[in-house]
Design a protein around this ligand. Structure first.
Ligand SMILES: Cc1cc2nc3c(=O)[nH]c(=O)nc-3n(C[C@H](O)[C@H](O)[C@H](O)COP(=O)(O)OP(=O)(O)OC[C@H]3O[C@@H](n4cnc5c(N)ncnc54)[C@H](O)[C@@H]3O)c2cc1C
Length: 893
């Protein structure tokens, strides 16, 4: 056996010069990088335990050599426990799913670590004890090289990074050195084992083969370490599943669920990725004191489910009103727990495709979007919708702000504030909700921010302070030791157990002072988190970086096909309308889905064809303003649209679009369209006392535009420019069903559609008035109330009375009454009749035309007597009127 052991020793010295060991000895490389191959050796480490426990051992035995083997392997078989510890210490204990782990362990990169185990089994299985011993001795020689080198790296790691390794460290090395097989008497016994020559040759071959196998193994470790020196587990290659969808929504809050519902119904290829284990994660924690500020009014006196949504602010939309939140709580201000339960049932009822427990950590964009989750799975999609809410608490830049506790995790147990002085920074609902909770126990509560508190009852914006949270106001105004400070906080510092806060008052001529508190709580609002986007698709931000900037289609202004839903939609009506709340954004999302269908799948926006009659249009409008919940919730933000085709033959009624989407897109290029909205008075937020407003008399329809409370507003536009406006007078019950509501609207529609198709529109089209002038004239008209638009324009001196009268006749289709004349003469006659030219000018132009052969209109424009738009207008209406009478004369010259 001595010769075999010498052969092993020779092989051993060559083995120690392999790449891996030179790499391990290279102290210029960070020890963490030198140990980067640790995950790759796992198949070998784990199966080595089995080899020792199940294959090398044999019981019972009377064979002395087998006894030595049994003893040795019993000491060796559970070293993998130390390996698991080291994997954790080195930061490779990733939270990855089981399939991914299996894939990695059976990957190409770990092939050598598996292959060697199979080969060792081949040498040992059914072998006699001598052969087993030789295999063991050869393996021990390689492992002594390995552990003596690697333990030095582990030592460096401990010294530089305080990372303690047992498997790779000295602990394992010592265990290897103190094996009983290496005791002198055992060693001596082994040396003296007689081996016949022929057998010696056989065993020498096995020794060489074993060294070759271990050489290949160490080379694979070395290659792996070089490849993954940055300590990055090869996540993308081994740990990932790939999924591909047309639409991905990130976040299964109310917004994700609402959009998921519509995508599911239109059979679109979509999924929702949600980091929580069920929907509505935000509402599991917030509001901290659990009372929602969204109302839940179950009894309304109406049976129409659409009307009832006006006072049910928590339900998500369904096509048949089949799943409503009102069945989940009887409280007017329900608990957030009920909402979470409702969301769960909603997701299940409509079988929404949601993947829970998936946290998207990175988003990039090439052709489409690629998302990476925390398990290394990738998801790709064409259209990406971000519905991740506003999860980041805003921390103002104030020196010492880190001394403050946060709304997100401060105690909600009032007893923790017994006899304490508390400062709350911020004046929103979360600040007042927090203060309200401490009224029973705190000594003093101050609520502070630079701007005064704004009441929702005044501004009609539900994000301003709601009455449900305003107990505190009483405790301030009635001198109960609490206060609301309008002040800038200049700095916070700690003085023993107290906090000293330096404030500068907003309304006290620059006065400042130091106030002392026991606790400070930050309630400064939440914002969008853009950290998951990489440079290829970072969306532009706006409103002090609080929201992603969006187009009128809720698409990112700089990243195509990236959309936003839910509270993030509030960017477009920030602190004005209700897009930051379920009862606002649920309608936005329905519209967003319609836009998707239109834009991505060529479906027309839903609309109804209605008869072209003032009565029919009035009836439609009256029906919608009395029933629609979207117009009610999204006042002056969402509106219905009525388009009249260019040939005045067709009228289309579109429900629920946003105003800017209409005016900015192709819909706003219509020459004749109306918007229908519900609105509060324009000045409602400026009224000093909202409980003492002078109201227009119920029957004073003439002054309906002075209505301050919610009421219908119908506006007529010509290509984006406002032409005329009508207000239906406000009503106590918000029911617009009486003559005083209907008749003035009918008159307005009649005027617009028949008698005077909007003098403003005609003047604009004829280039006789600018849109700025028209705007001023409409304001004048509103002030003068009785005046007609034509009169106002004429008084301003912009257009002659005669021209206005001429165009009004045109509106009534009486422009062309000389079909026998040729078009040229008619053009001249009409311009004279309109007071835009004299007969002399027309005669001169006609003479010139005979010589020059130019068109009459061209000659008139060249002289600067009329502009080309006026000529085009005249010709257009002339040829239209003559089209049926005498087509051949409707020639341009
Ligand atoms: C204190 C407080 C109280 C409020 N009370 C009300 C109220 O009573 N009524 C009301 O209508 N509104 C209320 N709001 C506004 C409220 O935040 C929104 O109405 C609602 O939460 C917005 O819904 P959302 O779906 O847009 O976002 P969220 O509800 O915030 O949902 C976002 C979802 O995205 C998931 N998510 C986030 N990041 C990732 C990621 N990287 N990967 C995977 N999933 C992710 C989250 O787990 C979460 O489930 C309140 C807000 C605050 C701050």
């Amino acid at each position: 056996m001595k010769e075999i052991l010498e052969l092993i020793e020779n092989n051993r010295s060559n083995f120690s010069e392999l790449n891996l060991f030179r790499f391990l000895r290279n102290q210029s490389i960070n020890p963490v990088k030198r140990l980067a191959f640790a995950p790759c050796i796992s198949p070998f480490v784990m199966s080595f335990g089995d080899l020792n426990k199940y294959v090398l051992q044999q019981h019972p035995t009377s064979d002395k050599i087998q006894e030595i083997i049994n003893q040795h392997t019993a000491e060796e078989h559970n070293h993998w426990n130390w390996f698991l510890e080291d994997i954790q210490a080195l930061g490779y204990d990733f939270n990855i799913n089981f399939n991914s782990t299996l894939k990695f362990l059976w990957s190409e990169e770990t092939k050598s670590a598996r292959w060697i185990s199979y080969q060792l089994y081949r040498f040992i299985y059914d072998a006699d004890s001598i052969q087993k011993l030789v295999v063991l001795e050869a393996m021990e020689a390689t492992s002594s090289v390995f552990f003596s080198e690697i333990s030095k790296v582990a030592e460096e790691l401990y010294k530089t990074k305080s990372i303690k390794c047992r498997y790779f460290g000295e602990h394992h090395l010592k265990a290897e050195e103190s094996h009983s097989a290496f005791m002198p008497e055992t060693d001596d016994y082994i040396n003296k084992i007689f081996i016949p020559q022929k057998r010696k040759e056989e065993l020498a071959t096995i020794v060489n083969q074993i060294f070759n196998l271990f050489s290949d193994l160490t080379e694979s470790f070395f290659q792996y370490a070089i490849k993954y020196q940055d300590n990055s587990f090869p996540l993308n290659s081994y740990c990932s599943q790939s999924y591909d969808y047309e639409y991905i929504i990130i976040g299964a809050g109310p917004a994700g669920l609402q959009l998921g519902y519509f995508l599911e119904n239109s059979n679109r290829d979509y999924t929702i990725l949600e980091s929580g284990d069920s929907p509505g994660t935000f509402f599991k924690d917030y509001p901290r004191h659990r009372k929602l500020i969204s109302i839940n009014k179950r009894n309304t006196g109406y049976s129409d489910p659409e009307i009832n949504l006006r006072w049910d602010w928590n339900s998500l939309l369904t096509q048949d009103y089949s799943k409503n939140f009102t069945d989940y709580s009887k409280k007017y201000f329900p608990s957030a727990d009920n909402l979470v339960e409702y969301f769960n049932d909603y997701a299940k009822e409509f079988s929404l495709n949601i993947k829970y427990g998936v946290t998207v950590e990175k988003i990039s964009k090439n052709q489409g979007f690629v998302l990476l989750d925390s398990y290394g799975n990738t998801y790709s999609c064409k259209y990406l919708v971000i519905a991740t809410g506003c999860p980041k608490l805003y921390i103002p830049e104030i020196s010492g702000i880190e001394l403050a506790e946060k709304y997100t995790d401060v105690s909600v147990n009032p007893e923790d504030f017994e006899n304490q002085r508390v400062l709350i920074i911020g004046k929103g609902n979360s600040a007042f909700e927090t203060a309200d909770n401490l009224i029973d126990t705190a000594v003093t509560i101050h609520i502070c921010s630079p701007s005064p508190v704004t009441m929702a009852w005044k501004t009609k914006y539900v994000g301003h302070l709601r009455a449900v949270n305003n107990n505190f106001l009483d405790t301030y105004q009635l001198k109960s030791q609490n206060a609301i400070l309008d002040a800038e906080i200049l700095g916070i510092r700690k003085n023993r157990n107290e906090y000293v806060v330096n404030v500068k008052y907003s309304h006290a001529n620059g006065e400042s002072e130091e106030l002392v508190y026991d606790r400070i709580i930050l309630c400064t609002g939440f914002r969008f988190d853009d950290s998951i986007f990489d440079v290829t698709c970072k969306p532009a931000l706006t409103i002090n970086n609080r929201y992603p900037a969006q187009t009128s289609e809720w698409e990112s202004t700089n990243i195509q096909d990236l959309y936003f839903a839910g509270i993030l939609m509030h960017m477009r009506d920030f602190k004005k309308k209700q897009s930051g709340f379920i009862h606002g954004f649920r309608y936005n999302i329905r519209t967003l889905h319609r836009i998707f269908e239109h834009k991505h799948h060529h479906a027309p926006l839903p609309s109804r064809k209605i008869p072209l009659s003032p009565q029919a249009i009035t009836d439609f409008i009256i029906d919608r303003v009395n029933t629609s919940s979207s117009l009610w919730q999204q006042t002056d933000f969402m509106c219905d649209l009525i388009t009249v085709s260019d040939d005045s033959q067709e009228v289309q009624y579109f429900d629920e679009l946003t105003k800017d989407y209409i005016h900015e897109g192709y819909l706003g290029r219509h020459e004749h369209y109306y918007t229908v909205s519900l609105e509060f008075g324009q000045n409602v937020a400026d009224i000093t006392d909202p409980f003492a407003i002078d109201r227009v008399h119920k029957e004073d329809a003439f002054n309906s535009s002075q209505s301050e409370f919610i009421h219908p507003v119908i506006r007529r536009f010509h290509k984006n420019t406002l032409i005329a406006e009508h207000h239906v007078i406000e009503d106590l019950a918000s029911e617009w069903k009486e003559d005083v509501h209907i008749q003035p609207l009918l008159k307005f529609m009649t005027e617009q559609l028949t008698h005077s198709q909007g003098i403003g529109a005609h003047l604009l089209e004829a280039g006789l008035l600018t849109s700025e002038q028209l705007e001023v004239a409409l304001e004048d008209q509103e002030r003068q109330a009785t005046a007609r638009l034509g009169e106002v324009i004429q008084k301003r001196g912009w257009v002659k009375e005669r021209t206005i009268q001429f165009l009004l006749n045109q509106v009534n289709n009486t422009l062309v009454d000389h079909p026998a004349l040729n078009a040229c003469t008619q053009l001249g006659n009409n311009l004279v009749e309109a007071g835009l030219l004299t007969s002399a000018q027309v005669d001169e132009a006609i003479q010139e035309q005979k010589i020059s052969n130019k068109r009459l209109g061209e000659i008139l424009v060249n002289h600067g007597w009329v502009n080309s738009q006026t000529i085009e207008y005249m010709m257009k209406h002339l040829s239209k009127a003559n089209a049926t009478a005498q087509p051949e004369v409707a020639v341009m010259n």
